[in-house]
Ligand binder design. Structure first.
Ligand SMILES: [Zn+2]
Length: 401
């Protein structure tokens, strides 16, 4: 395929250390990969064809590091009344709806397809997706969005654990399996899932330190989860609370490492943050979902100060009315106005790619990466470029190159 040079008044590369937009920039794409990035003057002679993106800023495709496409058919839940911090109550409602509505497999697939189409139209090129049905492994096929699919494991009772172990044993090696969270699987299952991933060179993506109820449950078995488990009929008293924080618990189990993506990390102490940083564990923030569920705000300034560079995720339509990383950036800035907008935009691209272990292909405009590039209408916004990018929200006008 012949090389094409794309020129724009501004380029935001999201390469680490490059936080200044490149004026009158260009990049050259050949065979689906970026082969050059720089000033237009440097790139113009590298390709016979030049395409101008007037009034636009070119950026890497956004990365949604945590979603549940399978739950898209439960969007009504995420458009309803926020749950006011009652995490067990929200999960109960979600599971109840799921059980009464799962017969409509076609509807589930169609909703997930619609969600992917919306994501793609918004400039999202890569999604870290959690699902419960092995049939969802190919959920992103043909959508134009690359989906890194994780099959979720649950099992806190002896029976649940046994079922999860048999399920795990039945999975082909290429399927990524991940524990749901420290309060919904046994320690044995959590470690086994991580060990399998380690042997297969795969990541795990685990919900961690999302709600106060989770913290209480792991500390001493209190909070809303025991009643929730009893109501669901999955409580057999098999699980003994470890008596520590969710982050410390994962560390004790030997699960925290750079290939573990810890999703949410809202309820984290300074010690927890230091631990996450020391283990170089990945962190994915979901500010929109956290706001909807009323579980608090992740201390992102402290994370950045500790050297953690988080990814951003939306979580599902059941806890977030939109699966838009543009909107997540906007909410994150609203919650933490002191953050550097350039840093936040890099979280939405490079942060996500690194969190999913896909940064060889995604997350920056740099030589060798996939040509997953978007042009965003910027002219006439009257705002500083990065201020604009983190505040434009879900209605950003995006064109794929
Ligand atoms: Zn989630």
């Amino acid at each position: 395929m012949t090389a094409v040079c794309h020129r724009a008044p501004w380029l935001v590369t999201c390469v680490e250390g490059e936080s200044t937009p490149l004026a009158d920039g260009a990049l050259v794409v050949e065979n689906g990969r970026i082969v050059a990035v720089g000033s237009f003057a440097d790139c113009r002679n590298l390709a016979a064809t030049v395409i101008d993106h007037d009034g636009c800023v070119l950026t890497p495709a956004l990365v949604n590091a945590h979603a549940h496409l399978e739950l898209s058919y439960l969007a009504e839940l995420g458009q309803g009344e926020p749950s006011g911090g009652d995490m067990p109550g929200w999960i109960y409602e979600l599971l109840t709806r799921r059980e009464t509505m799962t017969s409509n497999a076609e509807g589930i697939t169609a909703s997930a397809g619609d969600a992917l189409a919306t994501m793609s139209a918004g400039g999202c090129g890569l999604v870290g997706d959690i699902g419960n049905d092995p049939a969802s492994c190919g959920i992103g096929d043909g959508s134009g969005v690359e989906v890194l699919f994780f099959l979720e494991l649950l099992g806190l009772s002896r029976v649940g654990e046994e079922r999860a172990f048999s399920f795990l044993a039945s999975l082909p090696d290429q399927v990524l399996a991940t524990p749901h969270g420290p309060y919904s699987v046994t320690p044995r299952l959590l470690q086994a899932a991580k060990e399998r991933a380690r042997q297969l060179g795969q990541r795990v993506s685990i919900h961690l330190a999302e709600s106060e109820d989770e913290t209480k449950f792991l500390a001493d078995g209190s909070g809303g989860f025991p009643d929730f488990f009893k109501k669901r009929g999955v409580w057999d008293g098999n699980f003994t609370p470890p008596g520590c924080s969710p982050v410390a618990y994962l560390d004790r189990l030997g699960v925290l490492d750079p290939e573990t993506l810890c999703v949410h990390c809202v309820q984290v102490s300074d010690d927890d943050i230091a631990l996450l940083a020391r283990c170089r564990a990945g962190v994915c923030l979901c500010p929109g979902s956290n706001r909807f569920l009323g579980v608090g705000k992740a201390p992102v300034e402290k994370m950045l100060a500790a050297g953690i560079f988080p990814a951003l995720g939306t979580d599902s339509l059941a806890s977030n009315p939109f699966l838009s990383i543009w909107r997540e950036m906007h909410i994150l800035m609203e919650d933490h106005p002191g953050l550097d907008p350039a840093m936040v935009f890099a979280m939405a691209s490079r942060g996500g790619a690194q969190g999913l272990g896909m940064d060889a292909d995604y997350g920056a405009l740099a030589m060798g990466k996939k040509a997953a590039i978007i042009a965003v209408d910027y002219e006439g916004s009257g705002k500083d470029l990065f201020e604009f990018l983190v505040s434009v929200g879900k209605d950003a006008t995006v064109t794929w190159l």
